[in-house]
Design a binder for this molecule. Structure first.
Ligand SMILES: Nc1ncnc2c1ncn2[C@@H]1O[C@H](COP(=O)(O)OP(=O)(O)O)[C@@H](O)[C@H]1O
Ligand SMILES: [Mg+2]
Length: 241
């Protein structure tokens, strides 16, 4: 199926330490998936395995029906946009150079700037911000630049690791709004790791909860409230009853 990510019994261990155990789920376009779980449950490792940075020891991942072990996968990965947990902006490059870094030596500056302005607008930044450097940006602006960079090539897949960590509730809501809007307008297959339960309830449906390297629960976020598990209650606090 087009732009679908399928994980079947994916397991990963590093230095004999089990990091992912038997993870299976499917992500489809227009069904944004959110991955939840406490620290060290394996969320970032799971994303890195999906994007091919880590190789599973067993099980398999297919994207658009192509196995991640197939050389053809590199073409598919070009259509991915990724925001890592740390935004990893290039400090010596200005905002516009960060956003357009894939095309810096391929197109004239004028064209790149024009495209940058369009993208900055999408993430709620202004033209003038294009000429700032990362150390001149607030936390929320950095995150938005990182998202702008991830979407500059109109990716068909968008993978975001804690895109709002450390931001206040207003900026968090703003970023989730942007992400949701983008995934709809670009028809992207979207996976987001987050601990912001309010946004999860508001913006997502499909959910996978990881605990101790395994899928603890998966399903519709609305059904979380009917789960009486103490663990989920702790995770979601008073947002479920
Ligand atoms: N490259 C690595 N080498 C060894 N252990 C790792 C590596 N990456 C992650 N881990 C371990 O895997 C576990 C899950 O980490 P991570 O995926 O970052 O969790 P989360 O994102 O849920 O906080 C942690 O115990 C972490 O120490
Ligand atoms: Mg993480």
């Amino acid at each position: 199926m087009k732009n679908t990510i399928v994980l079947k019994k994916v397991s990963l261990s590093i230095d004999r330490k089990s990091i992912l155990k038997d993870i299976s789920f499917i992500v489809m376009p227009n069904k944004p998936m959110c991955i939840l779980g406490r620290g060290s449950s394996g969320k970032s490792s799971l994303l890195k395995t999906i994007i091919g940075i880590l190789k599973p020891n067993s099980g398999h991942i297919t994207i658009n029906g192509v196995s991640t072990t197939d050389p053809e996968i590199s073409e598919i990965y070009k259509r991915f946009g990724v925001v890592f947990q740390k935004d990893a902006l290039f400090d010596s490059l200005s905002v516009w150079e960060n956003v357009m870094f894939r095309s810096l030596d391929k197109k004239p500056k004028k064209k790149l700037l024009k495209r940058t302005f369009e993208i900055l607008k999408l993430v709620g930044l202004e033209k003038n911000d294009a000429f700032l450097f990362p150390n001149q940006l607030s936390g929320g602006m950095r995150k938005r630049v990182a998202i702008a960079r991830a979407i500059s090539h109109k990716p068909e897949f968008l993978i975001l690791d804690e895109p709002t960590a450390g931001l206040d509730p207003i900026k968090t809501n703003m970023i989730f709004k942007i992400i949701k809007k983008l995934s709809t307008s670009l028809n992207t297959t979207l996976i987001v790791v987050t601990s912001d339960m309010k946004s999860v309830m508001k913006y997502f449906k499909e959910t996978v909860v990881l605990e101790d390297s395994q899928v603890y629960w998966k399903g519709d976020v609305c059904d979380l409230s009917s789960k009486k598990s103490k663990y989920l209650k702790n995770l979601f606090g008073n947002l479920i009853n």
